[in-house]
Design a binder for this molecule. Sequence first.
Ligand code: ZN
Length: 299
Amino acid sequence: MTTAESGEPSSAIACPNCGGGPLSLVRRVRVSKALVEAELAHCSACDFLFLRDPSWLAAAYEESFYGDTGYVDRNLHAARLVRLLLVIGRLGRFGASEPGCDLGTGLGMLPRLLRDHGFDFRGSDAYAAMELIRPFCTPPDDGSIGCKTAFEVIEHVPSTPEFLRRQVGTTPLFVFSTLMRQNGEIPPPDWWYYAFGNGQHISFHSRRSFEAAMERAGMDPRWLVSIDGPVHRRALHMIAREARWRRAFRAAGWIVNRGLDGLLLPWLEPLAGLRCRIIPDHYEAMERLRSVAASRPSP
Ligand SMILES: [Zn+2]
């Protein structure tokens, strides 16, 4: 753990995470390919570490996937974890966990993999074309969504409480990833997760700062469960009101991180009533193309 290089107080603005402060300037950094000068700031009230006033985001998202070297492996692992979690919920009759929606889906690999294995999952993303999940990128009405996922999204969001309030709300299951610092830790300037070069990561949570965001969003911090990912510790998380979902998430993580899901899922998914959607989705995609073509005025 390193300490702040400069303890000089940042100007008198409130912390975007807890609404309090005081904030201190950790260091000035250059971010995005435009090398915009930015302030890395820390809130001593809630332990939130963040880049202030991100004015460079339009430039940062011109190449949305530049440098995301973990995208494919992360989605393969996430799909196995979510599949096993939802299968446990189906077999245990925990209640509706579908339809689901992957927020900030990017190419749409996670919802595509989940649909391939029978789950009713969609994708949404304000910054990406979602090539792999078209035409299933229209989320159903918010009230009916049983599970939302957001892998590598939280660190892109300027206000986590607002994201939790608006995007997650009362959804029974929210499964997500973000790498969490140790409480009180301020990583050194060369920490890979800062990714200052592309300027997309702006919020660096610890468990303590994330719990503060949950409280501000009206959520009980006890609903948060964190497990290790295959590469990074404290990288995978779930928010669920029901304790049985939290137990299921821990169990699913334990099984998937040992590779045992490959033995279980081929048996459990059919038992849970799941059927591959590859061919039905193909027909639906072709049908939608036909109806779009038919609705065009003839030349
Ligand atoms: Zn704060």
